[in-house]
Design a protein around this ligand. Structure first.
Ligand code: CP
Ligand code: NVA
Length: 303
């Protein structure tokens, strides 16, 4: 049966470990100049309804490095923009392609797309989840800390798609997750409830200092996500106390790492000294998107 990655909620521990191991292996081989052409002759569609730098280009490069051909599809240039039913698009693309990564707004839409696709469908970000990003970020944590087990991760800011994927990961991997968000921007209740049934060490507070206390990983994201640009001004006011800066870093573990999935806004959700400082691992995070996306394509398209 074909496998999709639409969210981390339906992941098992073995799914995580398989992807971490394969990504590490592919990365090590790439660094040694050893090619892995496991997807020769295959075509991978990359459908984007929203902008992207990292996700698009790392998936394109991942496909090329594995011997496949990526086909970038700006949905606005297709019949999707003229209301062709998403199911019809999915059925047709299944006849041309071997896999699809899709970035869109609605999680329901990608689920509908995947439900009638005969090929693996990968969530390249929706308003609700960003699973591939969090997989790459976890790989980065493992590289820097040896393991995710026993660590405390702090999430500071919006209870958004990134926060949701971290919550889903914590449910299965069992690390402690302290989320600090303004009340009106708390993560989705159902996602929290479902995750806390599996892992009691997922905490939600409005206090960034409480969340960051002793944390091994300090994580943040933009205050206004794609599609929320019109809310930028009001969000800036509400989120001002949630800035990741040196004062916040002072209460974290001495060897804490700082993460941001990028793009970042220096002076808003994170200060320049912290983003560009010695504890920041953001460039490793960005690089690991390539290696994790190679692992995802390899695992989904060869099994
Ligand atoms: N982190 C991330 O998904 O970046 P892009 O929007 O550039 O793909
Ligand atoms: N939360 C952000 C992540 C960008 C990679 C957004 O959805 O715009």
């Amino acid at each position: 049966m074909k496998k999709d990655i639409l969210s981390l909620a339906d992941f098992e521990l073995s799914d995580f470990t398989m992807l971490f191991d394969r990504a590490a292996e592919l990365k090590a081989r790439h660094k040694r100049g050893i090619p892995d052409r496991t997807l020769t002759g295959k075509s991978i569609g990359l459908i984007f309804d929203k902008p992207s730098t990292r996700t698009r280009i790392s998936f394109e490069s991942a496909a090329i490095q594995l011997g496949a051909t990526p086909i970038f599809i700006h949905s606005g240039d297709t019949q999707m923009a003229r209301n062709e039913p998403i199911e019809d698009t999915a059925r047709v693309l299944s006849r041309y392609l071997d896999g699809v990564a899709y970035r869109t707004y609605s999680q329901e839409l990608i689920e509908k797309f995947a439900s009638v696709s005969d090929i693996p469908v990968i969530n390249a970000l929706t308003d609700k989840f960003h699973p591939c990003q969090v997989l790459s970020d976890l790989l980065t944590v493992i590289e820097h800390k040896g393991s995710i087990e026993g660590l405390t991760v702090a999430w500071i800011g919006d209870g958004n798609n990134m926060a949701h994927s971290w919550i889903n990961a914590a449910a299965i991997l069992g690390f402690s997750l302290n989320l600090a968000c303004p009340k009106a921007y708390y993560p989705d209740k159902d996602i929290m409830t479902r995750a806390r049934k599996k892992n009691k060490r997922i905490f939600l507070t409005t206090s960034p200092m409480d969340a960051a206390q002793g944390a091994d990983v300090i994580n943040t994201d933009v205050w206004a996500s794609m599609g929320q640009e019109h809310e930028q001004k009001e969000r800036q006011a509400v989120f001002a106390p949630y800035q990741v800066n040196s004062l916040l870093l002072d209460v974290a573990a001495r060897d804490a790492i700082v993460m941001h999935c990028l793009p970042a806004h220096r002076g808003e959700e994170i200060t320049a000294d912290v983003l560009d400082g010695p504890q920041s691992v953001v460039w490793d995070q960005a690089e690991n998107k390539l290696h994790m996306h190679k692992a995802i394509l390899d695992v989904l398209l060869t099994s």
